[in-house]
Ligand binder design. Sequence first.
Ligand code: PEP
Ligand code: MN
Length: 233
Amino acid sequence: MESETHLLRTAEDVRAAGDNVLRGGAFKPSTSPYEFQGLGEKGLKLLAKARRATGLAVVTELLSETHAGLVAEYTDIIQIGARNSQNFQLLIAAARTGKPILLKRGLSMKIEEWLLAGEYVLSSGNCNLMFCERGIRTFETYTRNTLDLSTIPIIKQESHCPIVIDPSQGAGRADLVKAMCKGAVAMGADALLIEVHPNPAEAWSDGTQQLSLELFAQLMRELRPLILAAGRE
Ligand code: PEP
Ligand code: MN
């Protein structure tokens, strides 16, 4: 989230394209401290405003235990990012807010470790857990990460929790997002987390992996028949 205009425009467009949940970063775990860190509490307020304006449910990342109460006040779902996926005290604090948790897979995390990280949420008494595959570090350099679609059947076999696929972080390349979404839908993914921006070339972070709002709407149209063919609504 960069500004009110940016967020509201994005929220309205994705809603019109058929989306039903809006993810926006207020506290951003940027790799460099000199990059955009997010708008903080102001961002949370914008997210709540976008929810009121559109009816979309909202998701945002929790970076610190000290912000658990604050973030829970504004969001419907709490994201735990890849860099914090084994920050167990943070997982427990997030779980105890009672909000559903979207748990990203860590950059070099084995599936077993990811499932056990999820157990920290479940064993804290919060059964609303979603796993989110966002690609792992491999030797490959064509893509930012290697999106591991085998996690879809594996998470379904090993847990009762939904599996969400994030092809934006997975590939780091907007041109690959469509194909990976189609693959994920065919394999039975429960949701897709897709990064968008009204003008990706000018995005304050991760511009190379974001779809324009027009390409997002087109992707949603192309996915619809595949979602139906996969027996989902
Ligand atoms: C993000 O979703 O923008 C993000 C920072 O993701 P991850 O934690 O998967 O790197
Ligand atoms: Mn991102």
